[in-house]
Design a binder for this molecule. Structure first.
Ligand code: PLZ
Length: 423
């Protein structure tokens, strides 16, 4: 069989350099909490393909649904000849997302595409141009979503000019803003919007309820509710980007539920379909239905195989109660991480919710980010067979996103490797 080393040589000659990979191990198969590479090495998976395989890789229901749908038909294009599974996914999203009001959904392929479409809907419905985003935000790599994303390297560098009418305000980041009260942090951001943009010019306020790529930043309690309240009063569409936090990851179906926040629109992707490419915008019927017929769409959006996988994934989440599983995983991981942190002055903070936890690494005795130490700890994990990811504006956050079906044994072994990597 071909080895990872051989495949890597072929890759360098065939695949564009701009597409990176965290580890040079080529995958043979994956399931539960592990990935097996073509060299026969087993990795414990604390990445879940960046919070995608919440139901696990090749989850039995997903496999069966994909197989059955592929046999019936693979694609007709919903804009040409529609089919039930698209409608069923929308019905379920409308019912599952926070807010008892009437909702509509539209399906797309990627998270970035969902964000683009949420902005289209908000602009169309309000007739206003501006979009407000936050420091450390990540919303994608397309032209508009690069503008919405905060971090230059690697996402934006030399890829401009970017889309206009995007305004950035401070995030609540308790570790780095002196533990500012959530409502006070919100007032600071709101004042900036009102003075520099003008509320009446703002179509949408777009926020990740817990920031993903930006460093698993959990805003102080009260920050999201205060922004929600202001948006309502100002006629601004409150858009929650739950692409990384959604589908049971944080211990609820959606992270907004931790503070009872009801967004006007929610962007969804990643965990929605067990690894098949699917994304959605779900939200208030009056906003979604403001757009003229034919104004939203795309060739592949809501592909029938992806929809079948989404229905099977959501059923798996319900059947196995993966929100509860995320809370259990979070309790076990959190305890071990805090024990590690207690003896290690490089750990500034352990944070996150449910099975979306991270540690922020600094130079001891300071808040100065230490991306080199972060990379070294992550590399030690990789060397020992644990797949971990880093994130953060400063590249100094180790993040942990295991599949929610990981076994206690796999989780425990992963945490042992992690503890050893801290040395
Ligand atoms: N919004 C909150 O987390 C994707 C990106 C990894 P796409 N995050 C992982 C990388 O380096 O490209 C993400 C997200 C949030 C939007 C997106 C974009 O989703 O499916 O990658 O387009």
């Amino acid at each position: 069989m071909t080895t990872s080393e051989e495949l890597h040589k072929r890759r360098v000659e065939a695949v564009a350099r701009g597409v990176g990979s965290t580890v040079p191990a080529y995958v043979d198969r994956a399931g539960g909490g592990t990935i097996t590479d073509v060299d026969g090495r087993e990795w414990i998976d604390f990445a879940a393909g960046i919070a995608v395989t919440n139901v696990g890789n090749s989850a039995p229901r997903v496999v069966e649904a994909v197989r059955a749908q592929a046999e019936r038909f693979t694609h007709t294009c919903f804009m040409i000849a529609p089919y039930e599974s698209y409608v069923a996914v929308c019905e379920q999203l409308n019912a599952l997302t926070p807010g008892g009001f009437e909702k509509r959904s539209a399906l797309f392929n990627s998270g970035a595409e969902a964000v683009e479409n949420a902005v289209k809907v908000a602009r169309h419905a309000t007739g206003r141009p501006a979009v407000v985003v936050f420091d450390h935000a990540y919303h994608g790599r397309t032209n508009l979503t690069m503008a919405l994303t905060a971090k230059n390297m690697p996402y934006k560098h030399r890829f401009g000019p970017f889309a206009g009418e995007v305004y950035r305000v401070p995030m609540s980041y308790p570790l780095r803003d002196g533990g500012l009260d959530g409502a006070i942090a919100a007032a600071r951001s709101i004042e900036m919007i009102e003075k520099q943009v003008g509320a009446e010019n703002v179509a949408a306020l777009l926020i990740e309820p817990i920031q993903g790529e930006g460093g698993f930043v959990v805003p102080a309690p009260g920050f999201l509710p205060a922004l929600r309240e202001w948006a309502t009063a100002a006629g601004v569409v409150f858009v929650a980007d739950e692409i990384q936090t959604g589908f049971c990851r944080t211990g609820y179906w959606f992270a907004c539920e931790h503070e009872g926040v009801q967004p006007d629109l929610i962007t969804l992707a990643k965990g929605i379909a067990g690894g098949l490419p699917l994304a959605a915008v779900t939200g208030r019927a009056d906003l979604m239905d403001a757009v003229h017929v034919g104004g939203l769409g795309g060739t592949y959006g809501g592909n029938p195989i992806a929809c079948a996988a989404a229905l099977a994934s959501m059923e798996t989440m319900r059947e196995l109660d993966l929100a509860a599983a995320a809370r259990r995983i979070g309790a076990v991981m959190g305890e071990r991480l805090r024990a590690t942190a207690a003896g290690d002055p490089r750990v500034a903070e352990v944070r996150g919710r449910g099975a979306m936890l991270a540690v922020e690494i600094v130079q001891p005795g300071t808040l100065t980010p230490d991306p080199a130490a972060t990379a070294a700890i992550s590399a030690a994990c990789h060397a020992a067979g644990l797949l971990t990811l880093t994130c953060g504006t400063y590249g100094n956050v180790l993040r942990f996103l295991p599949p929610l079906v990981i076994s206690d044994d796999e989780l425990g072994r992963g945490l042992d490797i992690l503890a050893a990597a801290f040395g």
